[in-house]
Design a protein around this ligand. Structure first.
Ligand code: NDP
Ligand code: HSE
Length: 428
């Protein structure tokens, strides 16, 4: 007996699955308790089908989803097309047809996951998506299984391989933004629309999924504030280095007294923080919890083989459960009412870069404005921006989101000062 799989899409990730099934076949069959067979592969059109066949791919390529959904021999559908539609419709129809589903589609899972998970439960089928967060790092299963006895208090993560690869190449090797993005695309790291990568949207989707596995709360994507690497300037990078920090795009999900907060933003990380040395396409998820304390899970966040490895692990897991006769358990069983944090409880240090005329009294005036919101300075640096303008860099002590908003409004109301950038700073 073999378990038959229908693949939806045959791009970067999907085309990595045959490699694993072939190179690691013996172990996979032993773990699954059965042979696994890719029975059909959905591609967009005949042109794509002919191209793939000419390139030596010996699969039963189909162009109509019904050929997979109405095939009773296909038990597991693996969606690797990306984006919301038609992936959402295809997965919904597959679950309705009683098929188990594996996906790596964080966009879809972050926004519509709740409905799909409920549908899978109603139908008694599995819906797994380990590869949706941090590519090759098995973080979701780790949170769901290995940390089940622990209480997670904060998850910090370098969650987008494309952004981290680009930042590493630009900062350490002087590449241009355009060259770094082009190479990330060529290496198969970037989304089909890389806006999601560079604007922090992809990492925000992952933060939504992490909030479910780490905290049992389904935070809405709209409630995850996000900024991407496009907001970082070379001057920010230089100042960070001078002050002992590196800047990385960091997802931050934490539970404070009033509830859960999740955001994605370029963040000043102290050089000795474990996340500061996560470079290139590597991702890392840094978990703070009451039992283990601090733990970090590190590995490639994108790329064909790492991601296909996570997808194939989900397939094997489902196959094992089918052969054991206990399939249908939810991927994540931790669930409790979602409660968002009050902004006054969400506190961080911040970096402000402010331009002003290079004249007497400006720093005093700035200190007065920050002091009026009860914000104190940890570090202050004045640089000459050009002949008549000075750049004042401030690293604050801890302040809340409410204080951040208030002080930003006050600074914006004063003509003397131009806020060039504000970024979060992780304390030592
Ligand atoms: P690709 O763009 O390389 O592959 C997707 C493939 O699906 C393309 O060949 C695309 O064709 C095809 N496709 C799109 N729509 C349809 C359709 N309606 N019918 C049939 N085929 C279709 O993406 P990836 O392989 O990189 O990513 C797949 C999924 O995995 C995405 O959800 C992504 O976010 C996720 N992921 C990717 C990672 C990576 O490192 N690449 C890491 C982790 C997750 P066409 O190109 O013509 O549109
Ligand atoms: N585009 C994503 C990234 C793929 O670069 O991290 C992995 O989710």
């Amino acid at each position: 007996m073999s378990i038959k799989i229908g693949l939806l899409g045959f791009g970067t990730v999907a085309s990595g699955i045959p490699f694993l099934l072939q190179e690691n076949g013996e172990k996979i069959v032993a773990a699954a308790g059965t042979d696994l067979e890719i029975a059909k592969v959905l591609v967009k059109d005949d042109e794509e089908k002919n191209r793939l066949v000419a390139a030596g791919n010996d699969y039963n390529f189909v162009t109509n989803i019904d050929e997979i959904l109405s095939d009773d021999e296909i038990t597991i559908v693996v969606e690797l097309m990306g984006r919301i539609e038609p992936a959402k419709t295809f997965i919904t129809r597959a679950l309705e047809a009683g098929k188990h589903v594996v996906s790596a589609n964080k966009d879809l899972i972050a926004v519509h996951g709740k409905d799909l998970i409920t549908l899978a439960q109603d139908k008694g089928v599995a819906f797994y998506y380990e590869a949706a967060v941090a590519g090759g790092i098995p973080i979701l299963r780790t949170l769901a299984n290995s940390l089940t006895s622990d209480k997670v208090t904060r998850i910090l993560g370098v969650l987008n391989g494309t952004s981290n690869f680009m930042m590493t190449k630009m900062v350490d090797e002087g590449w241009t933004y355009e060259d770094a993005l082009k190479t990330a695309q060529e290496l198969g790291y970037a989304e089909s629309d890389p806006t999601n990568d560079v604007e922090g949207i992809d990492a925000a989707y992952k933060a939504v999924i992490l909030s479910q596995f780490g905290f049992g709360m389904t935070i809405d994507f709209e409630d995850v504030a996000h900024k991407g690497i496009t907001t970082i300037t070379p001057e920010d990078v230089a100042v960070a280095q001078e002050l002992g920090y590196v800047i990385k795009l960091v997802g931050d999900v934490r539970e404070v007294e009033s509830g859960l907060s999740a955001e994605v933003s370029p963040t000043f990380l102290p050089k000795n923080h474990p996340l500061a040395s996560v470079n290139g396409v590597m991702n890392a998820v840094f978990v703070e919890s009451i039992g283990i304390g601090e733990s970090m899970y590190y590995g490639p966040g994108a790329g064909q083989k790492p991601t296909a490895t996570s997808v194939t692990a989900d397939i094997v897991r489902i196959a094992r459960r089918i052969t054991d006769g206990n399939v249908g358990k939810p991927f994540n069983e931790f669930s409790r009412p979602t409660q968002l944090a009050n902004p006054e409880d969400v506190k961080s240090n911040y970096y402000f870069a402010i331009d002003t005329a290079d004249e007497k009294g400006k720093i005093l005036r700035l200190a007065e404005i920050f002091n009026s919101e009860d914000i104190s300075f940890e570090q202050v640096l004045q640089q000459k921006a050009n002949g008549t303008t000075a750049r004042i860099v401030i690293i604050t002590h801890s302040l809340s989101k409410t204080q951040l908003e208030a002080v930003t409004a006050k600074l914006n109301a004063v003509e003397d000062f131009t806020i060039v950038n504000t970024l979060k700073v992780l304390g030592e």
